[in-house]
Design a protein around this ligand. Sequence first.
Ligand SMILES: NC(=O)C1=CN([C@@H]2O[C@H](COP(=O)(O)OP(=O)(O)OC[C@H]3O[C@@H](n4cnc5c(N)ncnc54)[C@H](OP(=O)(O)O)[C@@H]3O)[C@@H](O)[C@H]2O)C=CC1
Ligand SMILES: Nc1nc(=O)c2c([nH]1)NC[C@@H]1CN(c3ccc(C(=O)N[C@@H](CCC(=O)O)C(=O)O)cc3)C=[N+]21
Length: 290
Amino acid sequence: MTAKLIDGKAIAAAKRLNMKTRVSQLRSEGLLPGLAVVLVGENPASKSYVKGKIRDCEEVGIHSELIRLPESVSEKELLDKISLLNQRDEIHGILVQLPLPKQISEEKVIQAISPEKDVDGFHPVNLGRMMTNQDCFVPCTPAGIMEMLKAINVSVTGKHAVIVGRSHIVGKPASQLFLNHSATVTICHSKTNPLSNYTKQADILVVAVGHSDLIHAEDIKPGAVVIDVGMNRNSEGKLVGDVAFDEVCQKAGFITPVPGGVGPMTRVMLLENTLKAAEKIVKERACDGE
Ligand SMILES: NC(=O)C1=CN([C@@H]2O[C@H](COP(=O)(O)OP(=O)(O)OC[C@H]3O[C@@H](n4cnc5c(N)ncnc54)[C@H](OP(=O)(O)O)[C@@H]3O)[C@@H](O)[C@H]2O)C=CC1
Ligand SMILES: Nc1nc(=O)c2c([nH]1)NC[C@@H]1CN(c3ccc(C(=O)N[C@@H](CCC(=O)O)C(=O)O)cc3)C=[N+]21
């Protein structure tokens, strides 16, 4: 059996097309959605991701601002910058690209972003709201995974979802989101032993670790849906995921490629969250009778 490829790039492109209409609608109501992206330092990967995010905004008509700060910036300077962005009405979403330099506490920075503008969905208020099934900004990668599954008509309800990785930005929120969608969820991490005992049971396997070739064909159930979040460079400098793609695709039912799988979905969900933030302002205005 050869797995069907989940084309994240195409699903994301279709979503962006739809978003143009939503942007036009917002503009006709007098609101131009705006995203501020804060980039600290010169990390080449971060620079390239940020460039992609700005390009996406341009494509759908979202106003974007790139705020670049030097690697040596103090925590206070960054927090002050965020506070200014929190106050600006024309900015609906704020993203501070991670990781940050050592002198800056990521936790403090995330908490400084107004939860209403936290389009990354990393603020504890949004995470807590997600945990209690309330309306919130869902972190972009987990949200993108759910959108992909929806696009290929894979229902999550009652499925066994095994998530490998428990980071605050991917693994943990993905686990919560699958639970919210009534999957039975197993969370694995670096102390899980042996990992394959769990991965083999997955109807839906999400791998978010950052180690190439972590998952082989023998580690999955035949026909499983395999979502590869990992982004690694192999010995030839090529971008690869955490899953040994060539062998796993012989056994899986569906599989995401790297690149072209989860990455483009993460990016498009950032636009989705920014539009959601802007649309909320318009709705609130209407309720206030302005
Ligand atoms: N495509 C996309 O849109 C995105 C891709 N990424 C990529 O996803 C990957 C993960 O990112 P992120 O969550 O930020 O990474 P982190 O490094 O924050 O977390 C990695 C997780 O993997 C676990 N882990 C490490 N080694 C093993 C192992 N041998 N077996 C099982 N679990 C293990 C760790 O466990 P423990 O907690 O015990 O240390 C940890 O929970 C990276 O490659 C990153 O580049 C990230 C964000 C978006
Ligand atoms: N505040 C913050 N929010 C994030 O969402 C965030 C972050 N910090 N720091 C880093 C991680 C990583 N991440 C990716 C997004 C898109 C691709 C992506 O588009 N990948 C392309 C390939 C890109 C390439 O070719 O280099 C793909 O998989 O097809 C990858 C990784 C978001 N992150």
